[in-house]
Ligand binder design. Structure first.
Ligand code: FES
Length: 126
């Protein structure tokens, strides 16, 4: 499936996605950016975002809405085949795609609003 995105030139986080108050501390939620599901994470005082696409089989990580952490809240977990991903780097640490990474989404927080931009189309899984 090809994605029709036109963000090749502008890599500045310029689309308001949500407010910081929309996420709990050490929480994660799913949002949509240019038709793509992304995960925004508020983790240990820092913000992270990834395309919601597991590198193992190109499926969304979650099956249930906004459920992204493992049972011990140490990793992002893919609900399909239980791959575990480092929250801060997106690197798969256990499961069927060890060493692969989630695709990072650039974020900026301004005045309690979170802005994001997708990576270039070539970096997105298809
Ligand atoms: S689709 Fe994520 S571990 Fe298989």
């Amino acid at each position: 499936m090809s994605k029709e995105l036109s963000n090749e030139e502008n890599q500045e986080p310029n689309q308001a996605i949500c407010n910081t108050s929309d996420l709990n501390e050490n929480g994660a939620r799913e949002f949509e950016l240019d038709g793509q599901s992304i995960i925004i994470i508020n983790w240990l005082g820092n913000w992270h975002a990834y395309v919601n696409n597991c590198p193992h089989a190109n499926w969304p990580l979650n099956i249930q809405p906004d459920v992204f952490f493992d049972s011990e809240n140490q990793f992002l977990q893919c609900s399909n085949h239980m791959a575990l991903f480092d929250i801060e780097t997106g690197e798969c640490k256990a499961g069927p795609c060890v060493g692969d990474r989630l695709t990072k989404v650039a974020l900026e927080v301004k005045n309690s609003q979170i802005f994001a931009v997708l990576p270039p189309v070539k970096d997105l899984q298809s």
